[in-house]
Write a protein that binds this ligand. Structure first.
Ligand SMILES: Cc1cc2nc3c(=O)[nH]c(=O)nc-3n(C[C@H](O)[C@H](O)[C@H](O)COP(=O)(O)OP(=O)(O)OC[C@H]3O[C@@H](n4cnc5c(N)ncnc54)[C@H](O)[C@@H]3O)c2cc1C
Length: 254
């Protein structure tokens, strides 16, 4: 594998499967990589002199020595079938510079943060909570920002980080977590919320008293969820350019 000065040769240290098409890896980046929670890295694989790269939100928090990513396999995709094969010890390329503006808004004065995502779109929000949880425990964060996470998936097994996020919800007074499943009919034992993330958005915004004066919204993952959620939020007054941050993971096929 070739790497030029724009890339690190990162090495996979761990791989864990959540479902047949959902998995995480941890990597040693191979050099210093400074990022803010909510940003993404550009990962790539080179074969026969041709490099294929895609952006991936970073799950881990900056204080962790390894970086973590949460992937969904797109069977006909150019990169994910290759990423899927990577095992501990294998190398991949990572651009040395992080990107993305889906970082926590501490500028606007709005202290509530409504985080809405589908499946792998939870990645940047796990990074927010891991980072803030550590700061809170070590006295660097006073709990004055409140995070509310609506995590949508079709099936219960698609939540890669549910257990960790439930633990954070129980532990942290400034964090609320609601996983919601849109196809619950095969899962009579699913105890949680039912509906797509955008279906339950109004209900939870009312319940948590989140409005455009006190809240910044972050939408991450499925393009339809983002379009629907944006329309709902705009009707509720989220019209300021900085009121909604988004990370659309792919463009729907026509
Ligand atoms: C800022 C940003 C952050 C991202 N973070 C993540 C992340 O954390 N984890 C992650 O898995 N992906 C993430 N993505 C998506 C990722 O960059 C790739 O697009 C995705 O992994 C598919 O790559 P591919 O080369 O396998 O498929 P491609 O060859 O790029 O795509 C093939 C076709 O599948 C469609 N498609 C792509 N992804 C999906 C999908 N998930 N479901 C259905 N159809 C799809 C495309 O529109 C295209 O028509 C992110 C995208 C952006 C823009």
């Amino acid at each position: 594998m070739m790497a030029d000065d724009k890339f690190y040769r990162a090495r996979v240290t761990r791989r864990e499967e959540f479902a047949p098409d959902l998995w995480m890896i941890r990597i040693q980046p191979g050099g210093e990589f400074k990022f803010a929670p909510g940003q993404y890295a550009t990962l790539g694989i080179e074969r026969d002199g041709k490099r294929t790269e895609r952006p991936y939100s970073i799950v881990s928090a900056p204080f962790e020595s390894e970086m973590e990513f949460f992937f969904e396999l797109v069977p006909e995709g150019a990169l994910t079938p290759r990423l899927f094969k990577l095992q501990p010890g294998d190398e991949l390329l990572m651009r040395k510079i992080p990107k993305g503006k889906c970082t926590l808004d501490t500028e606007s004065g709005r202290k509530h943060h409504l985080l809405v995502c589908t499946v792998t779109g939870v990645a940047p929000f796990v990074s927010f909570v891991r980072a803030l949880a550590k700061d809170w425990k070590e006295g660097r964060f006073d709990g004055s920002h409140q995070l509310y996470l609506l995590n949508g998936a079709s099936r219960p097994w698609e939540f890669g980080y549910k257990e960790e996020l439930i633990r954070f919800d129980a532990e942290l007074p400034w964090f609320k977590y609601v996983p919601t499943v849109s196809r619950p009919w095969d899962h009579a034992d699913w105890p949680g919320e039912i509906g797509r993330a955008d279906d339950v958005l109004r209900k939870y915004a009312d319940h948590w008293e989140l409005d455009a004066t006190n809240t910044t919204a972050y939408l991450c993952g499925h393009p339809d969820m983002i379009a629907n959620s944006k329309a709902i939020l705009k009707r509720r007054g989220f019209v300021d350019r900085t009121a909604i941050k988004e990370e659309v993971y792919w463009i729907p096929a026509k």
